[in-house]
Design a protein around this ligand. Structure first.
Ligand code: FAD
Length: 466
């Protein structure tokens, strides 16, 4: 058996693992990263980036179709059509550029990358099956960092295979299904369901709870539900999936009254959540403390075993790429002896639905639940000039602040392009802004950002433009 040793061994080359490896190497730590599939992980290969590429392509196509059907802007286009194979090639090109960039960064910083599947032997030893020969490679390390990510949850009544697909297959379509049933109205299901609808598929969404985006409050989810209906997406809320119909070309669903019906489907996208990847690579041998299915960590991403660390989706919610990256950067610094803790004031969450939705910090219901006496105010994009020029008058910005000292504890927004407001929202909360700070900051005109200032003004009781 081939044997090596390193100071830090990272399992997983997703946004958590590759960022940790780069930062550790920058700090002079001998680092080896083991990746069984492709560098960039879920995020770059089958998650954040390809989904946003497909969403953008679908949006562009829908705009062209909208123009063909009498755009109020006076733009006229004759019968647009989409060449899906070219769309997928374009998306793959972006993925290849980004994953190639990660490989180059790892190399430039002196990280040793091993392509193969790691198996944990103990807290200081990992075996890697590289496929390069019959023997596994054994790597000893002082520190073991677990960053193996997560995997899509399957429905027992309808396992993946055939026409039942996960987001991974949905991001590489060979042809557009005529009828797509999406199971799960969380952000992944709605982002992809909306894209498929805009590309021309008939889309039905089945959700067990009574509304779309159940992780968010009703006020935020409502504009998204309205837009889905306008796009012609059928919503079957409060319904559970029973399985494929006997002929295999439909999905049996049951509503809250117990009535069963079948939805015709050429493809079924199951998007009911993701779970930490903790099986199949010997993790159980470490007998780590767990938090449900996730690896339990402390504020420095330490597991219950000395010098075994964990970051990203394997540590549970919120399963987001930017959280994994932030943990990765921090854990590398802790291993290098720096004093760091992972205690962000807020972790932004964005749904790239139509309209987009962004949540940073506490929503009004969450603030109330935490026992905070808060005021909140909304500024509608219907009163924002820039939104009108973008045909984006739907939606709003909402601020939540403590009533006593006006400390801002939450920002939320729904609307076209609001994902870009996540930076200013996070910054505001991390820097401890009060309503007066935001209200007193000059925001450029005409921008969507003016709605941020106006929401703060409104919370203070003197909005100017509403
Ligand atoms: P991953 O990115 O999953 O990487 C883990 C890596 O470890 C994988 O490459 C895997 O092959 C490797 N690995 C696992 N086990 C082993 C082993 N034993 N040996 C070797 N290698 C191993 N998040 C956002 O913040 N914004 C978004 O817009 C967003 N959109 C998404 C859209 C979709 C469709 C999906 C599925 C996810 C999306 N996410 C989004 C979530 C985001 O992709 C994850 O939170 C993020 O990738 C987690 O990073 P990670 O490093 O923990 O794990």
């Amino acid at each position: 058996m081939d044997a090596r040793s390193t100071t830090l061994l990272v399992i997983g080359g997703g946004p958590g693992g590759y960022v940790a490896a780069i930062r550790a190497a920058q700090l002079g730590i001998a680092t080896t990263l083991v990746e069984g599939d492709k560098l960039g992980g879920t995020c770059l290969n089958v998650g954040c980036i390809p989904s946003k590429a497909m969403i953008h392509a679908a949006e562009q196509f829908e705009h062209a179709c909208h123009c063909a059907q009498n755009s109020p802007l006076g733009i006229r286009v004759e019968s647009p059509r989409i060449e899906l194979a070219q769309t997928v090639r374009w998306k793959d090109g972006i993925v290849a550029r980004l994953t190639g960039g990660v490989a180059a960064l790892l190399k430039k910083n002196g990280v040793t990358v091993v392509n193969g599947w790691a198996r944990v032997i103990d807290g200081k030893t990992v075996e890697v099956t590289t496929g390069a020969g019959p023997d596994a490679l054994r790597i000893g390390c002082d520190h073991l960092l677990l960053a193996p990510g997560s995997q899509a949850v399957a429905l027992p009544a309808m396992p993946f295979g055939g026409r039942v697909i996960s987001s991974t297959e949905a991001l590489a379509p060979e042809a557009l299904p005529k009828r797509l049933v999406v199971v799960g109205a969380g952000y992944i299901g709605l982002e992809l369901g909306t894209a498929y609808r805009k590309l021309g598929a008939e889309v039905a969404v089945v959700e067990a709870l009574e509304r779309v985006l159940p992780a968010y409050d009703d006020e935020l989810a409502k504009p998204v539900a309205g837009s889905l209906r306008r796009l012609g997406v059928q919503l079957h809320l409060g319904c559970t999936v029973q399985g494929l119909s006997a002929s295999g070309d439909g999905v049996r669903i049951r509503n809250a009254q117990g009535e069963e019906s079948a939805l015709p489907a050429d493809q079924v996208l199951v998007a009911v959540g993701r779970r930490p990847r903790t099986d199949g690579f010997g993790l159980e041998t470490l007998m780590l403390d767990m938090n449900g299915r996730a690896v339990r960590i402390d504020e420095q991403c330490r597991t219950s075993m000395r010098n075994v660390w964990a970051i990203g989706d394997v540590t549970g919610e919120p399963m987001l790429a930017h959280r994994a990256m932030a943990q990765g950067e921090m854990v590398a610094e802790v291993i290098a002896g720096r004093r760091r803790r992972f205690t962000p004031a807020a972790i932004p969450a964005v749904c790239f639905t139509d309209p987009e939705l962004v949540v940073v910090g506490r929503t009004p219901p969450e603030a109330a639940q935490a026992g905070l006496d808060c005021l909140s105010a909304i500024f509608p994009f219907a009163a924002n000039g820039r939104a009108m020029t973008l045909e984006a008058g739907d939606g709003f910005v909402r601020v939540v602040a403590r009533r006593d000292n006006h400390l801002i504890v939450g920002w939320q927004a729904v609307g076209r392009g609001v994902s870009e407001l996540s930076a200013v929202f996070s910054h505001s909360i991390e820097m401890g802004e009060r309503l007066e700070d935001t209200a007193g900051t000059i925001h450029a005109h005409p921008t969507l950002g003016e709605a941020v200032q106006e929401a703060a003004l409104r919370a203070l009781g003197h909005a100017l433009h509403v």
